[in-house]
Ligand binder design. Structure first.
Ligand code: HEC
Length: 216
């Protein structure tokens, strides 16, 4: 104990003796560590964007693969039931695989579970604003909560005619049998009347920051 004390006292004496120099060193060290931290924050955000891009592509591929298979086997009307039963569980599987929460959210929702929450709301509005004003939408990462979660978002557009089978105009794009199924399963459905190229909603992937840091 005495020994530790004397070392501390010696340390204090030395630092008192050359106060200016130590202050300068402390100053430099703090600055340096802030610079390092700044770089790390950028690295974290960049990795979260990359990871979000990969996970959203994987989720999209999984949904599309299953959707195409279902249309081939049961036709469009039959595939509506597949989407109704399988879309959310498929996204949950992807979520579990990566320890994140993957959602598709929309103001023109078909499933009421796909409405944006408070944090998603502002981002979705920004995507809609950009879309209306001809500004290109790009993927975004935002810190939410107390900074422990990185929310990745990315616009979802209607990429082709295929989607209109269930999201286009009733009677024109959506067949009668499909419409009956949609009306029965989704009485509040807002996801009809779309055109190719329109904004349909956005991906929302909540990524724990620590999972990103682990990968750095
Ligand atoms: C066979 C019919 C069908 C086709 C084809 C289809 N969808 Fe859907 N879509 C649905 C159904 C049904 C839901 C609701 C799923 C649920 O209940 O979880 C849905 C939900 C969605 C959602 C989630 C938001 C919401 O409204 O609930 C998005 C985004 C979406 N579809 C985009 C697309 C895109 C893009 C395409 C084309 C690549 C497409 N869909 C093709 C039937 C279809």
């Amino acid at each position: 104990m005495m020994r530790i004390l004397s070392i501390i006292i010696a340390g204090l004496l030395i630092s008192c003796g050359s106060r200016k120099k130590v202050d300068r060193e402390v100053f430099d060290a703090v600055n340096e560590s802030m610079e390092i931290k700044k770089v790390n924050e950028v690295d974290i955000i960049n990795l979260a964007i990359k990871w979000g891009n990969e996970i959203s592509a994987e989720a999209q591929q999984e949904l599309m693969g299953k959707l195409n298979k279902s249309i081939n086997e049961k036709g469009v009307a039959g595939a509506v039931e597949f989407c109704n039963v399988e879309a959310l569980p498929s996204l949950n599987e992807v979520s579990k695989r990566h320890k994140v929460v993957v959602r598709r959210v929309s103001h023109d929702f078909r499933n009421p579970a796909d409405q944006p929450n408070e944090e998603e709301e502002m981002l979705l509005e920004a995507y809609e604003y950009n879309e209306e004003n001809g500004v290109k939408n790009s993927a975004n990462v935002q810190e939410i909560g107390n900074g422990e979660i990185l929310l990745y978002t990315k616009a979802i557009k209607i990429p082709g005619e295929m989607c209109l089978n269930c999201h286009g105009d009733p009677g024109v794009d959506i067949g009668e049998e499909t419409l009956e199924k949609l009306d029965a399963l989704y009485p509040e459905d807002k996801a009809k009347g779309h055109k190719v190229g329109e904004l349909r909603g956005m991906w929302s992937i909540a990524i724990p920051k620590k999972e990103v840091v682990k990968k750095l």
